[in-house]
Design a binder for this molecule. Structure first.
Ligand SMILES: Nc1nc2c(c(=O)[nH]1)N[C@H]1C(S)=C(S)[C@@H](COP(=O)(O)O)O[C@H]1N2
Ligand SMILES: [Mo]
Length: 255
């Protein structure tokens, strides 16, 4: 069902790496006047020709994630839209077809917590719904080349992480889903004001297709970094990877 290539784009042709490198260089330059020379110094490689560019890029995926995390501006908000802009019907996407979406029993659901969290008691949906709620109308952008505007509601993730006593200085938050999906995000993105532990879509209970009973909504990241059907959340300093990330998709994939 899924059309994503399994070979990361930067592993194909050295020439293809050039635009990515230019973009990275531009971002580094905007942030603090770092250029290719600095990139060469930092990477310990000479990045003067296409072959070395490819070598550096393929060897520096993790480094690139760290640079992107450094460039992440926790105060920059993704655009929001009026109700009239909401895409109807909203597209479904997963690594399987829509009728194969997991059926989670909401009454017996317990959100599991693990890792660097002080209070790891599981949460029922009822208790999650009692927490202060927020909503957003934002654009979901899928790496496959489509985007759609939706309205999501739920618990601001920062408030939830604070409430459970998560170690906010840890590097990663990981998610395990009711299907075989999993992903992880950097702590700065987890704490971003628009990151939402989502329980509702279009003012109704989150439908099965869109991730019942819960998804994480981050308008600052690509669609595949928005896990649906979340069963467990963990906080860790060990790089957790993800379903698509482990097949070569850029891990940070965000603003
Ligand atoms: N559990 C789970 N979450 C997932 C996926 C998945 O296959 N399983 N696909 C991701 C991708 S690639 C996209 S674009 C969005 C699609 O969300 P939607 O069905 O609400 O549009 O879910 C993301 N989260
Ligand atoms: Mo996606």
């Amino acid at each position: 069902m899924k059309r994503l290539p399994t070979v990361p784009p930067w592993r194909t042709l050295a020439a293809d790496a050039a635009p990515e490198l230019r973009q990275l260089q531009r971002r580094l330059f905007l942030k603090g006047s770092l250029g290719l020379g600095a990139l060469s110094l930092l990477s310990g490689c000479s990045v003067t020709d296409a072959a070395s560019v490819q070598k550096v890029l393929s060897g520096m995926s993790r480094w690139n994630d760290r640079v992107q995390a450094l460039l992440f501006d926790p105060a920059r908000l993704a655009p929001t839209y009026p109700e009239s802009a909401v895409t109807r019907p909203f597209p479904f996407n997963a690594f399987y077809g829509e009728d194969e979406a997991p059926e989670v029993d909401g009454a017996n659901y317990r959100l599991e917590l693990a890792g660097l969290i002080a209070d790891r008691r599981p949460w029922t949906l009822a208790r999650l719904n009692e927490l202060p709620q927020a909503s957003q109308i934002t654009r979901h952008v899928c790496v496959e080349g489509w985007s759609a505007i939706g309205k999501w509601g739920g618990v601001p993730f920062r408030a939830f992480l604070e409430r459970i006593g998560a170690d906010l200085s840890a590097r990663y938050v990981g998610f395990k889903c009711a299907d075989d999906y999993y992903t992880s995000i950097d702590m700065a993105s987890a704490l971003h004001p628009q990151t939402l532990l989502t329980l509702r879509f279009a003012d109704a209970i989150l439908p099965r297709s869109y991730g019942f009973p819960m998804k994480l909504r981050l308008p600052t990241k690509l669609g595949f970094k928005n896990p649906k059907h979340i069963m467990a959340i963990y906080v860790t300093n060990l790089y957790p990877g993800g379903y698509w990330e482990d097949q070569g998709y850029n891990w940070f994939s965000g603003l």
